[in-house]
Design a protein around this ligand. Structure first.
Ligand SMILES: C[S@@+](CC[C@H](N)C(=O)[O-])C[C@H]1O[C@@H](n2cnc3c(N)ncnc32)[C@H](O)[C@@H]1O
Length: 448
């Protein structure tokens, strides 16, 4: 491996640690700037994500070799984490190469003492190997260290969903999830896109979540023109359920209260054959551009994107204005840890409580805007009963004219009908069920 590549990995890890940057955004930015070859790109992604994904496990191992109580500098800690990651998890990278290059980096960035410290720690790991995690007796702590999820989260999930589901979820969050894409059906067909992908050497299969969905099993879709040409967009399969279950028709009046970057709203527009109006809001002005860009790329013109607080929409619209409403609410994101590992280290129980309040406020605000017999989908990309089931329960208490309508369950493929996460409040998809994001959705119906 080239020395420069390891330096870049280290720079990215330091930035994520210091600035709490989003790993996927930072990585994409670096990859664009550096124009690496495919092999280096894959390795850089693997080491950065791997070091982050396994951070707590790596720190546990590190603590067995670094006895000093003094806190390590961020760059030294990040360098050791990524070196441990490569030595423990990556068979294809020889230990001696990792040690040699890490010591060189330490020399370059620090003083001689630091480089011999790094050398000593890495050579001890090479000699002794890692300690057994079975020595950790408490099951919550063991899952936490083994799968690198904070203990409070493992405890919280195990109380909500049981120990087995929690352990499976934590382990699954470390596994590779395939990318999925959605075709723009007004411009192409799934068969044509799958054919084009195959011609480009990309392995794929049809998704069971949506007739527009395709799972990419191997190969890089960024090397085709499909995205640029607006024939496909990237979207997790679980998110496709929103567009599928909203039961829209052309010419409907639709509200999407939290739209950016526009994944679901563009799906809904496609389902409406781009006829009618979708009022798409997001709190942040700069994100409106993202919705417009996505709609433009996909050649959709029925989306009216504007800045607005979903908790204040009753000032803008009359009661019973909309046939359909989507509330894809801001959430803790505990369902997307697989792709954004930093989430698990940064979120707290206070965040969850704060978000549950916002979610309720948004729903309370928009429910009166729904027409009689109208449908509303509430969704989050999180796995947490406080933000999902309890929010739904609370909102039902506040609105006597709303009921939960899970009749869409029968329309779904049997595998999804039989998913373990169904409850009276809706469907909680766990990441281990179908290798999708962890996702919650439910459908509410306005009754009299
Ligand atoms: C889960 S994301 C939405 C994803 C989007 N529906 C999609 O499919 O691409 C939640 C969005 O809600 C926005 N948001 C947060 N608070 C809001 C509020 N009070 N009103 C409107 N939007 C809000 C965030 O900026 C964020 O873009």
């Amino acid at each position: 491996m080239k020395y420069q590549l390891r330096n870049t990995m280290l720079d990215i890890l330091i930035r994520i640690e210091k600035d709490h940057g989003f790993s996927n955004l930072l990585l994409n930015h670096e990859l664009k700037q550096r124009q690496l070859n495919e092999k280096d790109e894959r390795l850089l992604t693997e080491v950065v994500y791997g070091s982050l994904q396994h951070q707590m496990t790596l720190d546990y191992y590190l603590s067995k070799f670094v006895k000093s109580k003094k806190k390590l500098d961020i760059w030294v800690q990040s360098l050791l984490r990524m070196s441990f990651y490569q030595m423990i998890y990556l068979e294809k990278v020889p230990d001696h190469a990792v040690i040699h290059e890490s010591v060189e980096i330490a020399k370059q960035r620090g003083h001689k003492g630091i480089s011999s410290f790094v050398n000593g720690v890495l050579r001890s790991l090479q000699r002794q190997g890692v300690p057994e995690l079975t020595e950790i007796k408490d099951p919550i702590e063991r899952i936490a260290i083994e799968t690198s999820h904070p203990e409070w989260l493992v405890k919280r999930w195990s109380e909500m969903y049981g120990m087995e589901t929690t352990a499976n979820m934590c382990r699954n969050n470390l596994e590779h999830h395939p990318l999925s894409i959605r075709i723009q059906p007004l411009r192409t067909s799934r068969e044509d896109v799958m054919e084009e992908l195959k011609q480009s050497g990309i392995e794929c299969r049809a998704s069971i979540f949506s007739s527009q969905g395709i799972i990419i099993e191997k190969g890089n879709i960024f090397r085709t023109n499909l995205l640029k040409d607006g024939k496909i967009t990237i979207q997790d399969q679980s998110s496709m359920l929103v567009g599928e279950m909203l039961a829209v028709e052309p010419e409907m009046n639709v509200l999407d209260s939290c739209s950016a970057p526009g994944g679901k709203v563009t799906h809904v527009a496609e389902k409406m054959l781009d006829k009618g109006t979708i009022h798409a809001f997001d709190l942040h002005a700069k994100k409106i551009k993202l919705i417009d860009e996505k709609a433009t790329t996909l050649q959709l013109s029925s989306i009216l994107a504007q800045k607005g607080d979903a908790r204040k929409l009753a000032d803008k619209y009359e009661k019973e204005s909309f046939d359909r409403i989507v509330v894809d609410a801001p959430c803790s994101g505990l369902g997307v840890i697989n792709g954004k590992p930093e989430i698990k280290y940064e979120k707290s129980e206070e965040d969850i409580q704060r978000l549950a309040k916002i979610q309720q406020d948004i729903l309370n605000e928009v429910i009166p805007l729904l027409k009689e017999n109208g449908l509303l989908i509430y969704s989050t990309c999180t796995v947490d009963t406080e933000e999902n089931n309890q929010v739904v329960r609370q909102v039902l208490k506040n609105h006597q004219d709303i009921s939960i309508d899970l009749s869409f369950r029968d329309e779904l493929p049997v595998e999804i009908q039989e998913a373990p996460g169904w409850s009276e409040e809706g469907l909680q998809l766990f990441p281990q069920d179908f290798h999708t994001d962890g996702f919650f959705l439910t459908r509410l119906k306005k009754i009299r």
